[in-house]
Design a protein around this ligand. Sequence first.
Ligand code: NAD
Length: 493
Amino acid sequence: MTTWHERAAALQADGRAFIGGERVWAKSEQQFDNLSPVDGRKLGMVARCDGADVDIAVAAARAAFEDRRWAGKSPAQRKRVLIKFADLMQKYGQELALLETLDMGKPIKYSQTVDVGGAANCIRWYGEAIDKIYDEIAPTPSNSLALITREPVGVVAAIVPWNYPMLMASWKIAPALAAGNSVVLKPSEKSPLTALRLAEIALEAGVPPGVFNVLPGFGHEAGAALALHMDVDCIGFTGSTRVGKQIMQMAGQSNLKRAWTELGGKSANIVCADCPDLDAAVEAAIGSIFFNQGESCNAPSRLFVEASIKDRFIEKALALVPNYAPGDPLDDSTIMGAIVDATQLKTVMGYIESGHADGARLLAGGKQVRTETGGYYVEPTLFDQVDSNMKIAREEIFGPVLSVLSFTDVQDAVRQANDTPYGLHAAVWTADLSKAIQTSRALRAGTVHVNQYDGDDITVPFGGYKQSGNGRDKSLHAFDKYTELKTTWIQVG
Ligand code: NAD
């Protein structure tokens, strides 16, 4: 049987853009190196698209939208194509998983299940949904008939990050395509390969040329040109809060395109002394912060443990930490892989240093490891005696670093948990139903978990309060972002 390493060695990554149904290099012929965080090896060259390529891709998307080659198909026809798209993603699942792991460093085990599995499920779910949604008739006087219908917004630009490249792309493109829009997707410069392959697979499934275009490139070039473009109707952005603010400014500065943002987080995980299952709480706290190398927007990076059970909790947590020692991402048994690149590695190590400098107590990890591989690996890291003013408790680290804080009563926990500009996820662990409900109501976050942390699927909205963004991915609510509501008032008789 061929091993993942043999397949990786044989891989020919294609970094050309995908515009109007074809693979093309950037007009400028500029390219950039695509390095793997697994071992630092060069996977290939990628097209460095800029404003000129954005103009071409947006024009292709606009032409496809105007001649209704996709928007004009019935919902049932679009459904069939999207379901085939999802089936093909699963057919090419191993190739997609390998690209994802080599490009961003996550364990191959999860690339296959969470990333390929989740992305294909997302495309299928929106395909299946689109011919089951009815429009409305308003309760107007009898001499009129007022229809409230949904229409695609037109050309959607999707700009996505590197932490779940295929999944984040699918959360945007699936509802946008299902609703009949044309899409220009800009993946992160750190992980462009699966998005480019998705466009080829979509074409093979029957998505017409021009309807789904992918432009690799840098944020300040291709990304900014999309956000400023006068012929882009809507932008679906997932990324940092810093860039999210710029996206909203660029939307305002240009054509007031609808700008939906899904941004960073600093999620609080509150464990009360009456937690019904302490072992489950410990496992969730540790498993969720170290999953995906801590590079998850909703990672519970602030752990609040009630003072009376803190020592016991930490003892149990420390017993689990070694299970998350980073390993070879191409080994099927690895559950923690490589940090995406040298820049992010430096950021994470900088936060670990700041934890030391601010007086937090390091309980585990804290070091870069596996340097002999040429890749970027950081130990699972735990800091105790963190207070809410420390940098590691306030800023999104986006790496495998957990800060442990404590509280005296649940009101104190909620106050500390809400004391952040972010509001993505939060959790509370308690056996007291009223306390669980009151606390989940008081937490300012888009998702609140009760007595678990990993409950999530495509049926529920995902997004944040406050500076974690203004949009919601997933569920039927995502259609709100990619459709316009039209009123048609008809005089009767
Ligand atoms: P980032 O903001 O640096 O980049 C995101 C995307 O924006 C990339 O494609 C990048 O090229 C592009 N970009 C950068 N500068 C730009 C500019 N000036 N104009 C237009 N586009 C620009 O974020 P990242 O480092 O790729 O991703 C990590 C961030 O994403 C974290 O903050 C994380 O919390 C967040 N995230 C949020 C969610 C969510 O659903 N809320 C999900 C995943 C990741």
